[in-house]
Design a protein around this ligand. Structure first.
Ligand code: NGQ
Ligand code: ZN
Length: 462
């Protein structure tokens, strides 16, 4: 029976009581009504839960980096001022990417996706750039590695937006790729070929967009060339203004900052997700907010890599849209991203309760609902709300956990997002199918065994 009865459910308009959710055979919600009667008699087959909310969208993922976790947290040989930085981390990551196989890519992604599901995410946006073989040749199947990541999403049962990456240069001004970037090399024609090869895989759980890696790795002319051919409704993601050095290089080369430069030269609109956008001037904040693009914020990775803090308060005041991603996957928890997002702002401004609006003063509710809306927009898929026409992507909280005892409804998300470190996500449904039951992923053992084997094979990468 395709129905769920939630004594409390988070609808777009807020928490509502006695919500009956029904979906069709394809996993799309056909009904989500508050104040419904508890199904009785023959209909009691409905499942009854206490707290149901829409699963979160993870709008920025490089899934293979999950296997690097914990292995880059040791200081290198600092010589003079050459301290560890984003760029030294990137060298390690490149070395790790050098020899991974399509099988490894699939195994790591499946593990990651099962973990993301257990921690509240029901959709991923995969910013996918390891597209060539270790020797730099194209695989016989141009979408080989992208297909592996999609296969992993299907195995784990998570929704996915695959974003094949355009990656041609090592820096501003079209400088040649470095040898260690040869597995990433694509030009507009390569990317369009991959997108075409993925076309038959598009379905209710799978969308395909594109991702110019950054203004360092793709030129404006190339970006516009790809956009000319890509259907107008597909999402477009780009890394931008993450590091101060990148902003400086952009200024040196073009006289403009990266976000200024992009907004000047390219039609950036609602289909765009600007990932990180950490280092912005006030006018860039306003222009970016006005563009309708989503800010793709990845607080745990941005902290881990020493990026800086996004000007969230100004951006929200300007009407900007945001979503969250776990990027390098140093964390797989939606709660942790949202918590860090707010805490970064509190530490910076030395105030409290910053991610709120006049209409929504509960920080947890504001963050969860905001990241759902922005994430759904960035994913290009009908997700992020318990409403007709959206996917039946639902997480159920553990109402037996002490952190949820004795709370008013408008305190539930405050506790979920800010209180303690236990995982309160108990059951997870994607497209109407349960994929996490009682905190266990349904294919956890097989997926973990393959991941363990993969890590054993990738032990030595330095
Ligand atoms: C990436 N990650 O593509 O994995 C990047 C690092 C780069 C983040 N930006 C590489 N967090 O930007 O050149
Ligand atoms: Zn990234």
């Amino acid at each position: 029976m395709n129905r769920l009865f939630a004594r409390n459910a988070l609808l777009p308009e807020g928490w509502r009581k006695d919500v009956l959710i029904e979906w069709d055979a394809n996993g799309t919600i056909v009904r989500a009504e508050a104040g419904a009667a508890l199904p009785s008699g023959e209909q009691v087959v409905a499942q009854i839960v206490e707290y149901a909310l829409p699963g979160m969208i993870n709008l920025h993922s490089h899934s293979f980096q999950r296997a690097l976790g914990g292995r880059t947290e040791k200081a290198g040989d600092a010589v003079g001022n050459l301290k560890d930085s984003f760029w030294t981390w990137r060298d390690l990551m490149y070395r790790f990417a050098r020899n991974i196989t399509p099988e490894h890519i699939e195994a790591i992604a499946a593990q990651l996706f099962s973990e993301c599901l257990r921690h509240g995410y029901t959709s991923m946006c995969e910013f996918h750039y390891v597209q060539r073989a270790p020797d730099g040749a194209m695989y016989p199947r141009p979408a080989e590695t992208a297909e592996r990541v999609i296969a992993a999403a299907r195995l784990a049962g998570i929704g996915i937006t695959m974003l094949p990456v355009l990656y041609s240069y090592s820096g501003f001004g079209e400088s040649a790729l470095k040898p260690e970037q040869k597995r990433f090399k694509t030009d507009p024609q390569d990317v369009l070929r991959v997108i075409e090869a993925l076309e038959p895989l598009r379905d209710a759980q799978t969308e395909v967009g594109v991702a110019p890696h950054s203004l360092r790795a793709a030129s404006v002319a190339q970006i516009n060339e790809v956009l000319l051919t890509l259907p107008g409704d597909r999402p477009v993601h780009i890394h931008i203004a993450e590091q101060k050095q990148e902003v400086q290089q952009s200024l040196d080369w073009s006289g403009r900052r990266p976000v200024q430069w992009l907004l000047d030269q390219v039609d950036v609109n609602e289909r765009w997700c600007l990932v990180h956008a950490t280092h912005l001037m006030r006018d860039e904040v306003d222009l970016m907010a006005q563009s309708g693009a989503v800010a793709g914020l990845c607080p745990t990775t941005e902290a881990n890599l020493g990026d800086g803090l996004f000007p969230l308060e100004d951006f929200l005041a300007a009407g900007g849209r945001f979503g969250i991603g776990s990027d390098s996957h140093i964390s797989q928890s939606a709660v942790e991203e949202l918590r860090w997002l707010e805490y970064g702002q509190r530490l910076q401004h030395q105030r409290r309760n910053i991610a709120v609006s006049a209409e929504q003063r509960n920080v947890g509710d504001f963050l969860w609902q905001g990241a759902l809306q922005g994430g759904a927009q960035a994913s290009g898929r009908p997700v992020g709300a318990l409403a007709p026409g959206r996917r039946a992507d639902v997480i159920v909280l553990d109402d037996q956990h002490p952190n949820l005892y004795g709370l008013a409804l408008d305190e539930v998300l405050g506790s979920f997002v800010f209180c303690g470190n236990d995982n309160l996500v108990k059951d997870v449904m994607v497209g109407g199918r349960w994929v996490v039951r009682n905190q266990q992923h349904v294919a956890q053992q097989a997926i973990a065994a393959r991941f363990k084997q993969t890590l054993a094979e990738l032990r030595e990468f330095r």
